[in-house]
Ligand binder design. Structure first.
Ligand code: GLV
Length: 308
């Protein structure tokens, strides 16, 4: 029984050591040294090889090494191949840290103070109490729920929106297309952690920005495909939005000429909000392999119809 790993080689060494120590019955192989392909039961990957069916004829499960699976092009994978998202507590922790930093950066006007520092300008602006700042999260899955729980003690007025109805303590929840507008109308800071699907592609566009209170801030921690980048530039220059924190872009790495690099109202980071941590993710992956071996449903199994 073998598992083929196709992702970051440095983290791969740690995964390999963990498997050798705790699951010696599962042989670890690292791409591109796949050995006899017919022996490979499991693939753990960020991107799947194009000709997966031909290449790994006995593949039983595809484990994403990420929380999102849009990069895998699900439509091209064998229809009956289970695909599993990685619900790594280390990824969730990273998302919570980044979300807190991003919300506080917008809440405390850090983009403006950064510009002032560059201009050697010492000037204070009025401070808003957190209770007056309404933070809305788009997506109410595992990551979003932890993010909301992390933000709650800071005192923000919290809300969330998702395709289906949710109930979360201390969070006003909105659901579906019908309640999107009401949700947006009360978001001073909008944070996106939606999965990227056909329905959510380009959802952060000028039509959506126009429904936010004037001067709202935007945080995108989902995927670059959620944001229509020209629409963000338009909303920032008209004042409809006051600032944006972006961890993901349409094209990664961002090309040198991308207008976001030097934009005074944009804080941009290179897709680092969270990273898979082999030490915390190992137990999740191994637990799922054992569940599969026992014929049980795995944690994070993707609904191929929904795309997440
Ligand atoms: C990273 O982007 C992930 O989906 O885990």
């Amino acid at each position: 029984m073998a598992l083929l790993y196709k992702s970051d080689p440095v983290r791969g060494e740690r995964w390999k050591a963990l498997f050798a120590e705790h699951a010696p019955d599962i042989e670890w192989r690292a791409w591109p040294d796949i050995g006899d392909p017919s022996e490979i039961d499991y693939l753990a990957a960020w991107l799947a090889p194009d000709d997966l069916e031909q290449l790994l004829p006995n593949l039983k499960v595809l484990f994403a090494v990420s929380a999102g699976v849009d990069q895998l092009d699900l439509a091209r994978l064998p229809a009956d191949l289970p695909v599993v998202r990685l619900l790594d507590p280390g990824i969730t922790q990273g998302m919570c840290e980044y979300a807190t930093w991003a919300v506080l950066s917008l809440h405390r006007d850090m983009l403006r103070y950064r510009q002032q520092q560059t201009a050697r300008c010492w000037q204070a602006h009025r401070l808003q109490p957190a209770a007056n700042r309404r933070v809305g999260v788009m997506g109410l899955g595992a990551q979003a729920q932890q993010i909301l729980a992390t933000l709650a003690p800071l005192g923000f007025a919290l809300s969330g929106w998702a395709r289906s109805a949710h109930q979360l303590p201390g969070v006003t929840c909105y659901a579906g297309e019908a309640q999107l507008s009401a949700f947006l109308g009360q978001c001073d800071i909008l944070l996106c952690v939606l999965p990227l699907t056909e329905q959510t592609q380009g959802i952060l566009n000028s039509r959506l920005f126009d429904q936010l209170p004037q001067g709202a801030g935007l945080i995108n921690m989902g995927r670059g495909g959620h944001l229509v980048e020209e629409d963000l530039l338009g909303a920032l220059s008209s004042g409809q939005l006051s600032g944006a924190v972006l961890d993901v872009l349409q094209q990664e790495p961002a090309p040198a000429e991308h207008p976001f690099w030097g934009h005074p109202q944009i804080l941009m980071t290179p897709h680092i909000a969270a990273m898979t941590q082999p030490d915390s993710a190992f137990g999740v992956l191994l637990g799922n392999i054992r569940r599969f071996q026992r014929g049980e449903r795995m944690v994070g199994e993707v609904d191929r119809g929904k795309g997440y």
